[in-house]
Design a protein around this ligand. Structure first.
Ligand code: G4P
Length: 529
């Protein structure tokens, strides 16, 4: 795609942006780390604000009623702050049981990811799932191994696990000096310096430049035992570890690893500084017109998530929009490509650490919230100038299924409308049975979506629904010229999706494999064809 000459200011705005997501398993310390990063950025003043918010019943980010009830954040939000000349956008990805397709889709708006790992637990289930989504996109992944103040696993073992479980090579950027109660600092392999934690609560950090890890200064600072241990470990790392290769980092083949402790602020600032330096500025996205670079002269972007009811008083929806190229200005007219209409972006919102603010200008890499009176769908593209359609966002196969029925049959009309509109948002998929009565089955990626569905059907459509969990764990779209429905009887069921595609639901992998073997000519797809 050709690029017109851009003014220097625009290039600077693009260059300074870093848009990333933190991926982790619940309890690894994502809230704690996020909070520390926001503190460095001056976006919040007091530690405990984000944590407090997480537990609070009336928190700012608790947009939906259900969030208030549970004190957790259901839907991903975005936080923005400035640090060292960078404009940082952190995409929050829900990690508890509120895991959903939203979480996955949000990752498409990130240009890099920070993978947070609990040093005692290593790579956990949800980290693995999120990693795979990032890895498929080939974005750079930075690793922060947290809770080094506790007795955790051996750092070498953790690196090995990254390779064995996730298949990614690693390069430790720093190395812990001691661990658990004995942790007294980290050795920075890149800057060849030592950061020592001082004071009773280790809140002071002294930085000392050294000539290398053999430097006697470290012996004086950390003591004989830890000095010797560090020597041994770093020598081993030099001999057996991977070499640092920035190109591989950018391709997502090598992850720079940082050890630290978010709660004590150990290694967090150096992590942030290194990360901002190494992480890429906003990347291009694929479209019907080829790759659209952030420097492309038209304004373009796409909706990656729609959130309903952020303000329950108004039932409004917010479409989260990632800017791919061009400058956004409040009030500008853009083409809504799918709808074939020009629309005016009048009241866009930007997400700062605390509040939502009306935004006047924004640049590639930024996420803005567009007021949505019901005109957007996930994946919609907006552009000025030439019409650009960005590639479809990936969909994910549901893993949990429930039959859905209505308590009061008189509300059938609202029930169908609610199911239709809510499944349109993309976090819940609806299927219909193919034999006997027409029954509806809902499929989700995370359990909480069922509760959200139940809650919203009642509060927005006035309908009480009943959900009956079904034993299925896998859904596969079946494509076959001569599909024989009788083949799906044991531990499986054949249903249809909204577009009348055949979908087979399976209780276990064995049932799925058996079906595949019995129908060699059929294709079993993880997402809709
Ligand atoms: P999450 O968002 O990933 O779920 O994790 P969160 O930050 O809420 O942290 C989970 C628990 O781990 C919290 O403890 C938190 O204080 C603790 N934690 C986070 N970072 C560190 C660290 O570097 N070292 C140690 N030792 N602990 C850490 P909690 O008891 O569940 O909550 P709270 O009582 O501290 O609020």
């Amino acid at each position: 795609m050709s690029t017109n000459a851009l003014d220097a200011n625009m290039l600077q705005e693009i260059e300074k942006r870093r848009t990333f997501a933190i991926i982790s398993h619940p309890d690894a310390g994502k809230t704690t780390l996020t909070e520390k990063l926001l503190l460095f950025g001056g976006a919040i003043r007091l530690a405990g604000t984000v944590k407090g918010r997480k537990a609070s019943k009336h928190a700012t980010s608790d947009w939906m009623e259900i969030e208030k009830q549970r004190g957790i954040s259901v839907t991903s939000s975005v936080m923005q702050f400035d640090y060292n000349g960078h404009r940082v956008n952190i995409l929050d990805t829900p990690g508890h049981q509120d895991f959903s397709e939203d979480t996955y889709r949000t990752l498409t708006a990130a240009d890099s990811a920070v993978m947070l790992i609990d040093s005692a637990k290593g790579v956990e289930a949800q980290t693995k799932k999120l990693f795979q989504v990032c890895s498929k996109r080939g974005i750079p992944i930075f690793t922060f191994i947290n809770k080094m103040d506790r007795e955790g696993r051996n750092p070498f073992e953790l690196l090995e696990e990254l390779e064995n479980v996730l298949g990614i090579r690693s390069y430790p950027m720093n190395w812990p000096i001691g661990s658990g109660k004995q942790l007294c600092g980290v050795y920075d392999r890149v800057k060849t310096q030592v950061e020592l934690f001082k004071g009773d609560d280790h809140s002071e950090i002294t930085v000392q430049k050294v000539s290398g890890y053999e430097d006697e200064i470290i012996r004086d600072m950390a003591g004989e035992h830890l000095y010797n241990q560090l020597q041994e470990e770093l020598m081993l790392l030099d001999v057996a570890g991977d070499e640092y290769d920035y190109e591989k980092v950018l391709r997502g083949e090598l992850t720079p690893v940082f050890f630290g402790s978010a709660i004590n602020n150990f290694g967090v600032q150096t992590f942030l500084e290194n990360f901002l330096q190494l992480a890429p500025s906003p990347a291009s996205r694929k479209s019907s017109q080829g790759e659209i670079e952030p420097t492309y002269d038209g304004f373009t972007g796409y909706v990656f998530k729609i959130q309903a009811n952020m303000n329950p008083a108004h039932r409004d929806r917010i479409a989260f929009f990632r800017i791919v190229s061009g400058k956004f200005e409040r009030g500008m007219s853009v083409k809504h490509v799918r709808a074939g209409k020009d629309i005016k972006l009048a009241q866009p919102q930007q997400f700062l650490a605390q509040d939502r603010d009306i935004v006047d200008t924004a640049f590639p890499g930024d996420i803005i919230g567009l007021f949505d009176p019901g005109i957007f769908r996930i994946g919609d593209s907006l552009s000025t100038g030439k019409e650009i359609v960005f590639d479809e966002l990936p969909t994910f196969s549901p893993e949990l299924f429930s039959k859905v029925t209505i308590k009061n049959a008189l509300k059938q009309k609202q029930f169908l409308k609610g199911i239709d509109q809510l499944t349109e948002e993309g976090t819940v998929q609806v299927f219909h049975t193919t034999s006997g009565f027409d029954e509806m089955i809902l499929g989700v990626v995370g359990q909480l979506q069922f509760e959200v569905m139940e809650h919203r059907m009642k509060s927005e459509y006035g309908v009480d629904i009943l959900l009956h969990r079904m034993p299925f764990q896998f859904a596969r779209w079946v494509v076959d010229d001569k599909l024989d429905p009788t083949k799906f009887r044991i531990n499986s069921q054949l249903v249809k999706d909204k577009k009348d595609n055949y979908v087979a639901l399976f209780e276990n992998e064995y049932a799925m494999r058996t079906a595949m073997e019995k129908m060699p000519s059929a294709k079993f797809l993880e997402t809709a064809p």
